[in-house]
Design a protein around this ligand. Structure first.
Ligand code: C2E
Ligand code: MG
Ligand code: MG
Ligand code: MG
Length: 280
């Protein structure tokens, strides 16, 4: 808001900007006790084969309900947690909880966990993954770590080494939000990637923007040529699913197939009675 005061214009902060800063500070303060006070929770979004609707994996997504602030979404606190270093703590909690919850799903269903750029630079990540696998008893090949493209904005030898070390343990890697970040194509061939996750903006532009289909088509070719699996994010409608299937995209995640939900709801909604029994 600008005010006229004695001929001089005084610039005040936008109220919106001020409240965002206050909220960010409150989030930062409340974060430190959120784990011990059990305010975090994981929900799981189904990843399915569009060919037969079969559940192939779930992605663990973090939720936080603070008694003082209310519901806080990851887009509002992950960045803050990265800047104050608390992401390491959170990341450990997520790994532990997700690997334990994965045991309630059949053994052919994978558990996908997001790993932030900062966790990649932490020497403890490999140890944390090993510990969570050991403590839960989950087999390493059921764990898929999702890394967002922006990690490769600045090429880092250390990140690639960490990926390789974890791959040696049997864990696989997916490149998240593909197409929106800063990774160079040259990088793709050097990374131990099993899967690309095409960002939801491409799926959602299908049917609206003629170029979206061209992009999908070339990413399909790229993945086929490099023997990397492709999963399309943000599939919200039957039309999205049909268009993608026609381009040979077979794996999807999105509201059309299921919203993030509890592991019990995943079992109820996606497993047959027999499958549910086999996974305790
Ligand atoms: P992401 O890993 O790309 O996760 C997908 C996001 O898209 C989720 O948002 C999910 O709810 C949303 N989504 C799924 N299907 C659809 C759809 O059909 N349409 C639309 N419009 N959105 C859809 P969410 O849960 O708010 O998470 C946002 C981001 O926060 C994630 O993006 C991920 O980068 C990060 N995040 C979430 N949980 C964790 C975590 O445990 N650790 C770390 N480091 N990051 C996390
Ligand atoms: Mg993800
Ligand atoms: Mg994504
Ligand atoms: Mg994202």
């Amino acid at each position: 808001e600008a005010q006229q005061l004695g001929g001089t214009r005084i610039q005040c902060h936008e109220p919106e900007q001020v409240s965002r800063k206050i909220r960010a500070r409150a989030i930062e303060r409340a974060m430190w006790t959120a784990i011990e006070q059990e305010e975090f929770n994981l929900v799981y979004q189904p990843q399915v084969s569009m060919i037969d609707g079969r559940l192939i994996g779930v992605e663990a997504l973090l939720r936080w309900t603070s008694p003082t602030i209310g519901k806080v979404f990851p887009d509002q606190f992950i960045e803050i947690a990265e800047s104050n270093g608390f992401i390491q703590e959170i990341g450990r909690w997520v790994l532990k909880k997700a690997t334990r919850d994965a045991l309630h799903l059949p053994s052919d269903v994978e558990m996908a966990v997001n790993v932030s750029a900062l966790q990649m630079l932490d020497a403890d990540l490999i140890g944390d993954v090993q510990a969570s696998l050991r403590e839960s008893g989950l087999s390493a090949d059921r764990l898929c770590l999702e890394l967002t493209e922006s990690v490769f904005m600045t090429p880092s030898h250390c990140v690639v080494e960490t990926m390789r070390d974890l791959e040696m343990l049997g864990v696989s890697w997916a490149l998240d939000d593909f197409g929106t970040g800063y990774s160079s194509l040259a990088y793709l061939s050097t990374l131990p990637l099993r899967k690309l996750k095409l960002d939801k903006c491409f799926t959602q532009a299908l049917g609206e923007d003629a170029h979206a289909l061209t992009i999908v088509r070339s990413v399909v070719k790229l993945c086929e040529g490099m023997s990397i699996e492709l999963l399309c994010e943000g599939v919200e409608t039957e039309e999205h699913a049909q268009l993608l299937l026609a381009e040979r995209c077979t794996e999807a995640q999105g509201y059309y197939y299921g919203k993030p939900q509890s592991i019990d709801d995943i079992r109820r909604n996606f497993l047959s009675a027999r499958q549910a029994l086999n996974a305790v």
